[in-house]
Every structure is written in structure tokens, then in C-alpha cells.
Design a binder for this molecule. Structure first.
Ligand code: HEM
Ligand code: SF4
Ligand code: SF4
Length: 514
């Protein structure tokens, strides 16, 4: 089932990539989009609260006044508030499904997974309390259903439902309390929850690209103008609420209370949450061993600690008596074995005359020596290309070309930039084509960014400036996009051959002049 879901999501993502380009594909920013929509809900909520009256009589009337008397401001704000909240749930669920289908709940990622789970309920409670505040028939239904749900727990001496039998039983204080929970309590819990959720994620992406934010705000505004949110008739405790237009994103569980009982809904919710929380215990997902430090090759430069996307490397005082202040130390419980640190270590340079090639830090299951050895055996002939990719991106094996040598790494960020130089200068490749995960969608979050910065001389250890950048190309593609990869190889080869013709021409001219 997860396989079918993964394929469905991947197809949907591909469509979005065709429409938005990879770097603006909303699927690549689902966590950040959830944060963005929650911010929009918070800001619009503050505006609405300025005009909101926290009393039985005032609540409905003030929301109605906001909606109709100042439709151009309060009305739009109310609709944007509702639609942004719905969008936050859509992004949250899509974020969860995406992390699930990509297996990003295993190993050290268990922490982000486990701390994400309660956020679902906190966001749902946030929405439920919002519906309550309108105090229309929907608010009445939500209040009565949640009271039934709370009564199923052995915590109140008096049944909560008794508070909703007549209008007089409902006090104004209840509205102040709900407004406080909705506007102050839950937002604080959500912010703390997100902070906790991202505690082990280094440089988390919490802001989507500006264009995506602008597009999202515009969509919310257009929806709000053309399909404005309105209230149901006012709540009346003497009447059963009429037919309601339920918001299934937040209120899907409530009809279940009516159909079964509060106890059954608690059991379903608790069971579902436990099942989700237990995902990291699932077997499978063969994990590589965590990175290891080799002190004789570590100069304590800290590049690896800077680049590790999971904060798994600490720089600690030197323990081997060598004349360096610090040394790298890996926390195996945090290491996801992406290999990025091997690409950051200056000692990973294949130019070093050492066999086997050792380095300051690397994956014991995928050593830089193996990378040098694999690249050192290119196919015969002129114009051979080294195609270096990532095992989470497009499959390199599908490029059936006898003048291409393909090597797949755990992450493209594992590639030491000096390897590109070595491949062309020492081994004789005509060019190097790098193929990592699609733009802004690196499986290990930062590998693709570091690789770009290293070859563009913005991040140490950078590619040597003397390397011809025309002979280095990047073609980041999602899995399955073989045809595009083949086309990229063909295009790159044509470019290299044109360069070679130019160089041959230059050589002939130089000989003639001499
Ligand atoms: C309010 C709800 C949530 C928000 C705002 C949120 C936001 C985020 C953000 C911003 C990131 C960092 C993304 C990056 O930098 O690449 C992230 C990572 C992650 N989230 Fe969430 N998240 C939420 C709920 C969840 C839930 C419900 C789950 C799953 C149960 C989940 C699982 C994860 C995992 C596993 C990662 C780490 C991915 C990695 O290590 O590469 N999140 N989340
Ligand atoms: S392999 Fe990846 S997660 Fe582990 S220490 Fe190196 S950079 Fe950090
Ligand atoms: S990048 Fe290499 S040399 Fe620098 S601290 Fe890390 S292991 Fe040591």
C-alpha cells in the first residue's frame, strides 16, 4: 500500500514540477508551507480578535459584523483565516505522507517523526476551537460534540454536556477561555512544538521561496473574494442544528461521535496516533554504518561539522597530542550516514598519494578510496564522461552508453570537489556530469546545496579555479526521469566535443604561428 501511495505521490509531484519547475514545486516545501499557512492564520486571527466580542450574545454578532459590514477587510480576513487553516492541514498531511513514503522515519530521524505526530492533534484542536468561537449552529455542534468527547474521559465530576443544555448555562467566561486557548495558548504550543520538531534538523527550511508564498497568498485572496466564508444561523440550544457544511479538514471526527460514542472515537484516535508513532520501529531500510573519524587525517578544520545536515558532528579538544586545537567527533545516534562530511573533508582529495586513500571522516561502508578506485577505471576511447549521481535521484544505470562511467553516491554532497579535478586532469575524463536530487529536494536536505556551493567557489573545500567549468555540468533530476538524463548526457557530450574542436583548432593555429 505504501508502494502505491509512493507512486501516486511521485506522479503528482512530477506534474507539479512540470508546472512550477523543481525549485518552486510545493511538494519540496511542505513543512515550510505548513509553517507559512499557520503564520497567515495567526496574523489574520489577530485582526479578527480585535473586533471579536467574547460573550454569548456578542460572539455571533461580532463575527457577522466583521463578515458583512466590513466585508472588504474583516470579511476577507475571516475567509483567508479559514482557507489558510485548511491549507495548513493539507500541507501537514501531505508532509507526513511524503516523509512516510520516502522512509524518512527510520534511524536517527525517529525524533523528527515522533515530535511531528502530536503536532497533528494540536493543529486539529486549534481548528476545532476556532469553529467554536463563531457560535453559530456549527459552533454549537462542535461545542456539543467536543463536550460529549470530553465526558467519555473520567476527568470531570459534572458532565460537560450539561453546560450546553440551555443558553443560560453557557457563561461568557467560557468564550473568554476558548478565545484565550485559540489565540494564545495553542499558537504558543504550536510554536514550541515546531521548535522541538526541528531540534535535530540543522538549517531547517521554514520559509518557502517568496514566489510560492506570493502565489499562496494570492490564491487565498482569490478564494476569499469569490467564495467568501459565511456563518450558519446563530446557535440556539433549544434547537438541534440544521444541515451543516462540515469542514472535513478539521471536523472529520465529530460525526463519528454521533455515529458511535466518545469512547470509540478516543480509542480510534489513540490507536491511530500510536500506530503512527510506532513507524520508526518498522523493520527494513538497510542502514549504513555511521560516519567514522580517522584522526591522523583530521586537521580540526570544522568543515564537516559545519556541513552535517543533522548536527551529528561536534568539534572537541584534541586527544591525540597532535598540534591542532580540535578534532571531529561523530555522534552515531544522530548520523543518518549521508556521507556529506566526506565531501567536506579536505583530506578526501584523491590527488593524495596514498593507497588506500584515507581521509579525516567518511562512511565505513562507502569510502573515498572506493570512489577513487571506481573512477580510475574509465572505458576506453575519447570523450568519456564521468556521470556522478545520488542513489535517491534519477537512476544512472539507465544511461546505456559505453563512453560514460556512472557512479552513484549516498548523496551528491559526499563528492569531494577535488574528485572532479582529479577525474579530468589525472584520469583523463573529457567532462564530469553531476546528477543529484531535483532542485530544492535533496533527500539529505543540504547535499545538493553544498555541492553547488563547492563547485561555484562559495564553500570550502571548493573546486580549483583552474578547472574548466564548461566541462562540469549539473543535471538534477527526480527518479524516473531517464529520458531527460539521457538527453542531458547527449547535450553535454555535444558541448564537450565542440570544446575539443575549438581546442584542436587553437592547437593547429599555435603550431602554424610557431
Ligand atoms: C505543524 C506541523 C508540522 C510542521 C510545521 C512541520 C515542519 C517541518 C519542517 C519545516 C521540516 C524541515 C524540512 C527541511 O528543512 O527540509 C520538517 C522536517 C520533518 N518533519 Fe515535519 N512538520 C510538521 C509535522 C510533521 C509530522 C506530523 C510528521 C510525521 C509524523 C513530520 C515529520 C518530519 C520529519 C521526519 C522531518 C525530517 C526530515 C529529514 O530529516 O530529512 N512532520 N518538518
Ligand atoms: S554521514 Fe551525514 S549525518 Fe553522518 S556525520 Fe556525516 S554529514 Fe553528518
Ligand atoms: S573536515 Fe576533515 S579535517 Fe576538517 S574537522 Fe572534519 S574530519 Fe577533521
Amino acid at each position: 500500500m505504501t508502494g502505491a501511495m509512493a507512486r501516486g505521490l511521485a506522479r503528482l509531484e512530477s506534474w507539479f514540477s512540470s508546472g512550477f519547475l523543481d525549485r518552486f514545486n510545493p511538494f519540496h516545501f511542505l513543512g515550510a508551507l505548513t509553517v507559512c499557512f499557520l503564520w497567515i492564520a495567526l496574523v489574520t486571527g489577530i485582526y479578527l480578535f480585535i473586533f471579536y466580542r467574547t460573550s454569548l450574545q456578542g460572539a455571533y454578532a461580532s463575527v457577522e459584523a466583521l463578515t458583512h459590514q466590513q466585508w472588504f477587510a474583516g470579511g476577507i480576513m475571516r475567509s483567508v483565516h479559514r482557507y489558510a487553516s485548511d491549507a495548513a492541514v493539507i500541507c501537514l498531511v501531505a508532509h507526513l505522507l511524503r516523509e512516510m513514503t520516502r522512509g524518512r522515519f527510520r534511524g536517527p530521524r525517529w525524533f523528527s517523526w515522533l515530535t511531528g505526530t502530536p503536532l497533528i492533534w494540536i493543529v486539529v484542536i486549534f481548528g476545532i476551537t476556532g469553529y467554536w468561537m463563531v457560535w453559530d449552529e456549527m459552533g454549537q455542534y462542535v461545542a456539543q460534540s467536543t463536550a460529549t468527547l470530553l465526558d467519555a474521559l473520567p476527568i470531570f465530576t459534572e458532565p460537560m454536556t450539561r453546560n450546553f443544555l440551555t443558553d443560560s448555562a453557557i457563561g461568557g467566561r467560557l468564550f473568554t477561555l476558548i478565545a484565550f486557548i485559540h489565540l494564545v495558548g495553542l499558537p504558543i504550543v504550536i510554536v514550541l512544538g515546531i521548535w522541538f520538531h526541528l531540534m535535530r534538523v540543522r538549517y531547517p527550511r521554514i520559509n518557502p521561496p517568496r514566489r510560492l508564498v506570493a502565489g499562496s497568498v494570492l490564491t487565498l485572496l482569490v478564494l476569499s473574494v469569490f467564495v467568501p466564508v459565511t456563518s450558519h444561523p446563530p446557535a440556539d440550544m433549544t434547537q438541534v442544528p440544521g444541515p451543516l457544511e462540515l469542514d472535513w479538514f478539521y471536523l472529520a471526527l465529530l460525526p463519528l461521535i454521533e455515529a458511535s460514542s466518545g469512547g470509540v472515537v478516543w480509542m480510534l484516535a489513540a490507536g491511530g496516533t500510536l500506530l503512527l508513532a510506532a513507524f520508526p520501529l518498522l523493520p527494513g531500510g538497510d542502514r549504513r554504518k555511521p560516519a567514522e573519524v580517522y584522526l591522523p587525517d583530521c586537521s580540526g578544520c570544522s568543515y564537516c561539522a559545519e556541513d552535517c545536515p543533522y548536527g551529528a558532528i561536534d568539534m572537541v579538544p584534541r586527544t591525540d597530542g597532535r598540534n591542532f586545537e580540535l578534532e571531529a567527533r561523530v555522534n552515531p545516534d544522530l548520523c543518518v550516514a549521508c556521507g556529506i562530511c566526506a565531501g567536506s573533508c579536505p583530506s578526501s582529495s584523491p590527488f593524495r598519494q596514498r593507497t588506500p586513500l584515507t581521509t579525516g571522516i567518511e562512511l565505513p561502508d562507502w569510502r573515498v578510496d572506493e570512489l577513487r578506485a571506481r573512477l580510475s577505471d574509465p572505458p576506453a576511447g575519447r570523450g568519456v564522461i564521468a556521470l556522478i549521481g545520488c542513489e535517491h535521484a534519477v537512476e544512472l544505470a539507465r544511461v546505456d552508453d559505453d563512453r560514460v562511467l556512472a557512479v552513484s553516491l549516498p548523496c551528491i554532497g559526499m563528492l569531494p570537489a577535488s574528485t572532479i579535478d582529479h577525474a579530468m586532469r589525472r584520469i583523463g575524463y573529457a567532462g564530469v556530469l553531476l546528477s543529484g536530487c531535483a532542485d530544492c529536494d535533496c533527500y539529505h536536505r543540504l547535499g545538493d546545496r553544498w555541492m553547488h556551493e563547492r563547485i561555484d567557489w562559495q564553500r570550502p573545500p571548493a573546486l580549483r579555479r583552474s578547472v574548466s567549468r564548461e566541462r562540469v555540468e549539473v543535471c538534477n533530476l527526480k527518479p524516473g526521469r531517464h529520458a531527460e538524463l539521457k538527453a542531458a548526457v547527449a547535450e553535454f557530450r555535444a558541448r564537450i566535443e565542440a570544446l575539443r574542436d575549438d581546442e584542436d583548432e587553437l592547437d593547429r593555429n599555435t603550431e602554424r604561428c610557431a
